[in-house]
Design a protein around this ligand. Structure first.
Ligand code: NAP
Ligand code: ZN
Ligand code: ZN
Length: 348
């Protein structure tokens, strides 16, 4: 077994702290990655505090991982020692269901192995994530990282990037579309950058008026304060797409009514409590309310290559690992510009 250092939550209420654990030996198809940077997703916070249920402790969070390969298994084809590599939200899947066969592993119908707080296909080994000095992953579930980008700023692409990119591709978002992005956080700021790069007209719909300047610097064409009722009325029936990245419970109806006829609201945020939807807000204008979960391996690679070609990266605040508990508190207050990323050198 491989001795590994990390930071873990021991239960839903105590702060994260140092934690030593073991990872499996490098198998034939595995790569061993020295973790250089790991992004801090709001999902980490939901999971650490067991807000969705099903949390497994001790939990080493982290699914926005970039690092360098230190060892490859005998059958590995895609990577060699010294290559850069990325790992996102899952590290394995059943590999034979329809979704897996279509490259939509995130919707695996049998067993999606999440990067942490998950169980491997052996039915017993608990997975541990990227707030650690190394990780061992099957090469099939490992991504190639463009050499030309700043690695700390690439890490958030592994979740925030692909989660916003995938529905844009699925729904054909681009030129001629008016797109609203609800919530300017980790996912939201990537949604702005990507939608702008695809030619859409982008409006940030935010509860934080002080983020307007940043929103425009990120490329947004418009910024609207969603706490302003008059402004919300003026925007009725005006968007083709609304991308909702909000982490806390909020009223979907206020945003559904901003869609044009046949407009689509895409839920990406995963608040821990259910929400009420007024049927009439969907019926009368044949509006759609849909969801989307991260993205498959092939599409994640496509997104990384696209970001490499278009020089798209996250705006980050790099932190040492021992700042993580404070970072969570700041994230809860919306005080992040716009993703915390842990410099894993601070763990040593
Ligand atoms: P984040 O950085 O904390 O951003 C969330 C943003 O939502 C905040 O910056 C804030 O933006 C807005 N917000 C927060 N509380 C709000 C409230 N009470 N009412 C209205 N707006 C509020 O979080 P993140 O990392 O982007 O993640 C966002 C959500 O997506 C989380 O629930 C996460 O679990 C989920 N997620 C889903 C997927 C998926 O596959 N679908 C993948 C990753 C993450 P403003 O200040 O601009 O209002
Ligand atoms: Zn995430
Ligand atoms: Zn499957």
């Amino acid at each position: 077994m491989i001795q590994t250092k990390g930071y873990a939550a021991q239960d839903a209420t105590t702060p994260l702290g140092p934690f030593n654990f073991e990872r499996r030996e490098v198998g034939e198809h595995d790569v061993q990655i020295e973790v250089l940077f790991c992004g801090v997703c709001h999902s980490d916070l939901h999971q650490v505090r067991n807000e969705w249920g099903g949390a497994i402790y001790p939990m080493v969070p982290g699914h926005e991982i970039v690092g360098r390969i230190t060892k490859v298994g005998s059958e590995v084809k895609k990577f060699k020692e010294g290559d850069l590599a990325g790992v996102g939200c899952f590290v394995d899947s059943c590999r034979h269901c329809q979704s897996c066969n279509e490259g939509l592993e995130q919707y695996c119908e049998n067993h999606l192995v999440m990067t942490y707080s998950g169980v491997e296909k052996d039915g017993k080994t608990v997975t541990q994530g990227g707030y650690s000095d190394q990780i061992i992953v099957d090469e099939k579930y490992t991504l190639k990282v463009p050499e030309n980008l700043d690695l700390a700023r690439v890490a958030p692409l592994l979740c925030a990037g692909i989660t916003t990119y995938s529905p844009m591709k699925e729904w054909g978002i681009g030129e001629g579309h008016r797109v609203g992005v609800v919530g300017l956080g980790g996912l939201g700021h990537m949604a702005v950058k990507l939608a702008v790069s695809m030619g859409a007209d982008v409006t940030v719909l935010s509860t934080s008026p002080e983020k307007e300047k940043d929103a425009r610097e990120l490329g947004a064409h418009n910024f609207k304060n969603t706490k302003d009722d008059e402004m919300m009325k003026e925007m009725a029936d005006s968007f083709d797409f609304i991308i909702d990245t909000v982490s806390a419970p909020h009223n979907y109806n206020n945003y559904l009514t901003l869609l044009k006829r046949d407009g689509t609201m895409i839920l990406l945020g995963a608040p821990p409590a259910p929400a009420e939807v007024i049927a009439a807000n969907l019926l009368f204008k044949r509006r759609r309310l849909v969801g989307s979960l991260i993205g498959g391996i092939a599409e994640t690679q496509e997104m990384l290559d696209y970001c490499g070609e278009n020089n798209i990266m996250s705006d980050v605040e790099v932190i040492p690992i021992d700042y993580i508990n404070e970072a969570y508190e700041r994230m809860l207050k919306g005080d992040v510009k716009y993703r915390f990323v842990i410099d894993m050198a601070s763990l040593k």
